[in-house]
Design a protein around this ligand. Structure first.
Ligand SMILES: Cc1cc2nc3c(=O)[nH]c(=O)nc-3n(C[C@H](O)[C@H](O)[C@H](O)COP(=O)(O)OP(=O)(O)OC[C@H]3O[C@@H](n4cnc5c(N)ncnc54)[C@H](O)[C@@H]3O)c2cc1C
Length: 463
């Protein structure tokens, strides 16, 4: 038994410490392709156990990689060599749903969809809906500022975090915020941890804002002969103020992929589809649906199809959620981009992605939460083919650069991780990145927390 394992078994139960290759294999990557074995994995059950492990790792200068469900798409939870992975899924209790204050306090390992179900049983609503929600954790969502289709109307995870409990690398526990919906005291540490991708400390508990459940929902699909027309329709819908609770774009290649996986009966010869959801009071939903159909018609829609039942609507959204697994069947590896632009730039960005695909002779399927300008180009590649991989990575870089040129951002919701760390200066300049690096060093002077994530050279002696 190695000294590390012996030491860890002194801190928490031996059956929650793993160091055998067959156990570690499941932790070698997130949903991206690069695999690195960690040295060991631990599964803490309490904040105090997280504190003990971090204090030990900090003293021994062992890199620590916090992990939720490992569904991240930017390499954030992929280990670094010699690291200790903190698997947070065992901290999965919903500690309180406060129906009078409309808040919930929960541990970081709660699965997002389980949280949805728990509050919806009480007539309450937690909107953020990453398409991985049946698996991903609230801690991972907070650490990446995750979004989802409902972001267009309700915002993303960052808009719901009221309070946070986190463990710093030296094992100290900090609390910031709580049930109070207003707070103007000091630096907003809850916001700072939100999107920190495990580089500042480990989030153990959060207090989230809740809403009341909308009484009525309606979903529809709009089928377009031209991709440009669909993209222009998105801008027109937003400009008209009929804000849907979901506004997703799927292109021809995405639909072909989906139809092969889950037949929905959508026309395969169409170029683009908008999947739209409206929620609120029934009368208002019908009124907005009418306005949206009129906008689609003004932009030459071929056909609109309204879901006739909750089951049919769920089937449409299930298909949308299945897009990534369906795409993953098409090629050995898929790089999912996350470039985000202002909503008015969606049509230009879609055209640019098509041009990049043609120039680099590579297949890119475009889909995304276009209602909030967030595109998810899926770049088909194969890591065993270095030449193809090079073109795929070049496409990622070009898409990221184009989004920034159009006034957008490198990541709308997946975070920077390792995949986009080399581009960080493009968005924030040298000064901006240096300031972030100094913030990181203030929290984590020994650079043990998730080194190499967000900043390519952050961590170890380089903090
Ligand atoms: C099929 C599919 C669909 C997806 N759809 C969406 C989508 O619609 N919207 C979206 O935003 N994302 C989406 N994602 C990406 C991913 O699911 C999200 O980024 C999610 O928030 C990751 O949660 P996780 O629990 O899996 O975190 P992980 O992947 O385990 O970790 C993500 C990052 O958070 C850090 N982290 C995790 N837990 C903690 C903690 N307790 N404290 C500190 N740091 C922590 C990790 O170190 C890492 O940097 C999708 C992924 C897949 C595979």
């Amino acid at each position: 038994m190695s000294g590390l394992v012996r030491d860890l078994e002194g801190l928490l139960e031996a059956r929650r410490v793993f160091a055998q290759q067959e156990d570690l294999l499941a932790y070698t990557n997130d949903a991206t392709h690069r695999r690195v074995f960690p040295e060991a994995v631990v599964q803490p059950l309490t904040t105090s156990e997280v504190g003990k492990v971090l204090e030990y790792a900090n003293r021994k200068r062992i890199p620590v990689v916090p992990r939720g469900a490992g569904t991240g798409l930017s390499g954030g939870a992929t280990p670094v060599p010699g690291s200790l992975v903190l698997d947070m899924k065992r901290m999965r209790q919903i500690l309180e749903v406060d129906q009078r204050n409309l808040t919930a306090t929960l541990e970081c390992g709660v699965v997002t969809q389980e949280f949805h179900k728990a509050v919806e049983r009480l007539g309450l609503f937690y909107p953020p809906d990453p398409q991985s929600m049946s698996v991903c954790t609230i801690g991972g969502n907070v650490a990446t500022r995750a979004g989802g289709p409902r972001g267009v109307k309700y915002g993303t995870t960052k808009d719901y975090v009221l309070g946070i409990e986190a463990v710093l690398p030296d094992g100290e526990v900090i609390h910031y915020g709580g049930k109070s919906v207003k707070m103007s005291s000091g630096y907003d540490l809850a916001r700072l941890f939100t999107g920190s991708e495990g580089t500042l400390g480990v989030i153990t508990k959060v207090t989230m804002k809740l809403l009341t459940l909308p009484p009525y929902r309606q979903s529809m699909v709009a089928v377009f002969g031209e991709l440009d027309a669909a993209a222009e329709t998105v801008s027109a819908i937003i400009a008209a103020g009929a804000v849907p609770s979901g506004l997703e774009l799927l292109t021809k290649s995405s639909i072909e992929t989906l139809e092969a996986f889950i037949p929905l009966g959508l026309p395969k010869d169409a170029e683009a589809f908008l999947l739209i959801e409206l929620d609120g009071h029934e009368g208002k939903v019908h009124e907005d649906a009418g306005r949206i159909i009129a906008i689609c018609e003004a932009h030459g829609v071929r056909e609109t199809k309204i879901a006739q039942s909750a089951a049919e609507a769920e089937r449409m959204w299930f298909a949308r959620r299945a897009l990534f697994p369906a795409t993953a069947r098409l090629a050995p590896n898929v790089l999912i981009e996350d470039a985000t632009v202002n909503r008015t730039e969606v049509p230009t960005m879609v055209r640019e992605i098509k041009a990049i695909a043609e120039r680099l002779q590579i297949t890119i399927g475009v889909s995304g939460h276009v209602g909030d300008g967030n595109l998810h180009p899926g770049i088909l590649t194969d890591k065993s083919n270095p030449e193809l991989m090079q073109r795929a990575e070049a496409a990622m870089g070009e898409i990221a650069k184009k989004a920034l040129e159009l006034g957008g951002t490198l990541s709308g919701e997946h975070g920077i991780g390792t995949l986009k760390a080399p581009y960080l200066e493009w968005e924030f300049g040298r000064e901006g990145v240096q300031l972030m690096r100094r913030i990181k060093a203030a929290f984590d002077p020994n650079g043990i927390m998730n080194p190499g994530k967000i900043g390519a050279e952050w961590g170890g002696a380089n903090v």
